[in-house]
Design a protein around this ligand. Structure first.
Ligand SMILES: [Fe+2]
Ligand SMILES: [Fe+2]
Length: 202
């Protein structure tokens, strides 16, 4: 399996979790209660999976490989993607801080949550689209299949299967509770997830 295949599959799970976040925003707009525990669960998923599993692969494997292949670090797509990762982390931190107020029905916290969560969802969806359609295509050309596969084989820092399974289950539970059936694709199937875990050596 190629590194870009693994990253695209992870994007699918992240996109599913964003569908759940969109559902929380819809509820907040309708002045319905969004429990603090669910907001915190989304934050935990972002930190564990989106950052701790996915962005770390891009920042420590894919981007350095692209720089070796001649792409610049401080301009162009790599610089843009790194800035967007940082912006996403900051928005997640803000959402975490709003969780208690949102859960308590505080109007100001709810308004801030709607704005911040909408910004995060739009940012990450656009980020994923740029990576899928531009950066990963560029990587597949620049690295070639052999290098792309060897990068995937070298995922020594990959999280354990238990942690990955817990993160995916967390996303599935959030999707079940919050995402609209119309706008959320199904989570990565258990079989696909097992294939990913095998491909990454755990
Ligand atoms: Fe990224
Ligand atoms: Fe990504």
């Amino acid at each position: 399996m190629k590194l870009t295949d693994i990253l695209r599959a992870e994007h699918q799970i992240i996109g599913n979790a964003l569908g759940a976040l969109d559902g929380m925003v819809r509820a907040a707009r309708d002045a319905a209660v969004v429990p603090a525990a669910d907001v915190r669960e989304f934050v935990r998923f972002c930190r564990s999976y989106t950052d701790g599993l996915h962005h770390v692969k891009e920042e420590e494997l894919l981007f350095p490989a692209l720089m070796e292949a001649g792409l610049p670090r401080d301009t162009g797509p790599i610089d843009c993607m790194l800035h967007e990762h940082d912006r996403g982390r900051e928005l997640v931190r803000q959402i975490d801080q709003l969780a208690s107020g949102v859960g308590a029905g505080d109007a100001a916290a709810r308004a801030a949550f709607i704005k911040t969560a909408t910004t995060l969802s739009q940012l990450l969806r656009a980020h994923i689209q740029k990576e899928n359609e531009v950066l990963y295509e560029m990587a597949e050309q620049a690295l070639g299949d052999e290098r792309n596969q060897s990068l995937a084989a070298g995922l020594a820092f990959e999280q354990t299967r238990d942690r990955r399974a817990r993160d995916v289950a967390c996303a599935e539970a959030l999707v079940h509770r919050w995402a609209s059936a119309n706008d959320s694709p199904p989570c990565l199937s258990a079989a696909q997830e097992a294939a990913l875990a095998i491909a990454t050596g755990r």
